[in-house]
Ligand binder design. Sequence first.
Ligand code: CA
Length: 239
Amino acid sequence: MTTARAPDPHSPGRETGGLILVVEDERPIADLIRLYLTRDGFGVHVCADGPAGLAAARRLRPVLCVLDIALPGMSGTEICRQLRADGDWTPVIFLTARDDETDRIVGLELGADDYVTKPFSPRELVARVRAIRRRALGPPDAEPVHTLGPIALDPARRTVTAAQGPVALTSTEFDLLAHLIRRPGRVFTRDELLAAVWGYAAHAGTRTVDVHIAQVRAKLGAAAAVIRTVRGVGYTADG
Ligand code: CA
């Protein structure tokens, strides 16, 4: 367990990418991820087992977690589940086995923001990390609160309120909803949403979008009617 560079994780500026927690028990993979993320300006803290990873996530408050699924002691999905149960919505990217779609879907349903399939290119992982960080740094403070039906979405504070009160969304869920709500009535294809929200077009599957939409709807409760499925095309938000 070592920390390469140590920017203050509580105030990640644009010049330092912030601290990324990597929980990966395969040392060569962990070293490779550390190399690429460090080179890209992020601080990196590596843990090699699940319990240490969960403890580090709670103690260090990283700006993003990269979690392997199969880990000694506790799985990556369990770490994510426990963080979310604590009300911790730190973005999570899972490293999953190529052929395990179940892991991927379970991970996304647990509130992961994205996943990368092993074997992966470190550049691809860095691109995903950067996409999530770029979105988290967000639009200018000047962007007004958007309201649609019972939903109020505040891009500056990254909060969503519906009739029942505040809605706790993951970073990706927020960005997906924000993308739809910023252009009410416009129908987006799944590919368009992948490109706009995840920041890359050529993704393994559009199922990712469906899973996230389902999560957003579940959290919105009665307000979920605002998101409409357009059969054979994609999704739209209208009041
Ligand atoms: Ca592993």
